[in-house]
Design a protein around this ligand. Structure first.
Ligand code: ADP
Length: 366
């Protein structure tokens, strides 16, 4: 078990800066997710850790050991791929045995380790079956067994659940988390799926355009996004982002709404005069009967029932015509329907203020 650190790592493919000055550390035994949209540089980062791609500049360390110039075989890593990458004509046992065999570990010592891993993964009954006949979920469990069997320093997971159907996904992500914690193996998980990252990882690193945007525990990213990109990327439905301006008396106002900010926040929030964007999560908006004092008047234009929740789109009334459009997530099923006049209550303590130009959360640490 060792840490992994990327120190100012960059990767260029010709004209494309796939990863830019990337600084990140994954602690021993930690599961860290690299999360971001397609093309943001997640896989390239993982491949550089694996040694499948070289770094253009910077250094990667496993513990204190620089590994950038080592071949994949010299790094003591295991990889779990999206498409399982098993040997189709071999049995479950033979697939799990393979990494030991190539290292000359056979006989009783190998059998004991393979047996133990198959037991851990609930694959004992299937040991003699060909892997090609197994479900996707079972095949990926075999791939995880193959990764665990030789106690690697680091396991790199590249979109491991992408090919599985929904119930297998839920099962296997719990399973991977359980095994990762049990074995305390330092792991990096690449995914474009925030639910997966949040469910499995201790910390999540959000990337965009090859640049690390923020790293933190899922709750930190959710409550204190460092910038507009993270604010918009984390959370579903996404955070409402509204044009806003400061007004007298510690007020902030937008099209058809206003809120009072706590005096203790004003110093950081009003540090600059440049334009701002206010952010508010859908679950921090209350929808109440029209005329509720202190609320902003509006009209429901769309209701999306989600079983135990309703997602309502409300357009606010503004002196200049149509005001801001807000998405609210409330307990469901509610009785609100499109066309209903309502009052919208803003949870003022949850309102975030971003710099419109830089996108930075004004309360984020520099
Ligand atoms: P992600 O895994 O987040 O989808 P990638 O790391 O695969 O992103 O890609 C990051 C960027 O690098 C993209 O613009 C992609 O087109 C580019 N890229 C990735 N691999 C190569 C390659 N082998 N040659 C040229 N460009 C590449």
């Amino acid at each position: 078990m060792s840490s992994i650190s990327f120190v100012s790592v960059s990767k260029r493919y010709g004209e494309v800066d796939a990863v830019k000055a990337f600084d990140l550390s994954c602690a021993p035994g930690e599961m860290l997710a690299l999360l971001g949209p397609s093309g943001c540089g997640k896989s390239t980062t993982l491949k550089m850790a694996a040694g499948i791609e070289s770094v253009s500049s910077g250094e990667i360390y496993f513990g204190e050991r620089p590994v950038s110039r080592l071949t994949p075989g010299a790094r003591n890593i295991a990889m779990v791929f999206e498409d399982y990458a098993l040997y189709p004509r071999m049995t479950v046992w033979e697939n799990v045995a393979f990494p030991l065999k190539v290292r000359g570990i056979t006989g009783q010592p190998a059998a004991q380790r393979i047996g133990e891993v198959l037991q851990l993964l609930g694959l004992r009954q299937m040991a003699e079956q060909d892997v090609s006949g197994l479900s996707g979920g079972a095949q990926q469990r075999v791939a995880i067994g193959r990764a665990l069997v030789r106690d690697p320093e680091v396991i790199l997971f590249d979109e491991p659940l992408s090919h599985l159907d929904a119930d297998q996904k839920v099962q296997l992500r719990a399973e991977i988390k359980r095994l990762q914690k049990l074995r305390q193996v330092t792991s990096i998980l690449v995914t474009h799926d925030q639910t997966e990252a949040i469910a499995m990882a201790d910390r999540v690193a959000v990337m965009n355009h090859g640049v690390l945007q923020q790293v933190g525990a899922p709750q930190d990213l959710y409550e204190r996004p460092a910038n507009l990109f993270v604010a918009n990327f984390i959370g579903e439905p996404p955070m409402n982002l509204m044009k806003a301006a400061f007004a007298e008396g510690g007020r902030v106002a937008g099209d058809g709404w206003g809120a009072t900010l706590a005096p203790s926040r004003l110093g950081a929030l009003r540090a600059s005069d440049s334009a701002i964007v206010a952010g508010l999560r859908p679950e921090h908006i209350a929808v109440r009967p029209a005329g509720t004092a202190g609320d902003a008047p509006g009209t429901v234009i769309y209701r999306e029932p989600r079983g135990d929740a309703d997602v309502l789109t409300v357009v606010l009334v503004s002196p200049t015509g149509e005001g801001a459009r807000l998405v609210a997530e409330i307990a469901g099923p509610s009785s609100w329907r499109a066309g209903d006049k309502v009052s919208v209550g803003i949870d003022e303590a949850r309102l975030l203020i971003f710099d419109a130009t830089s996108g930075r959360n004004r309360e984020a640490l520099p």
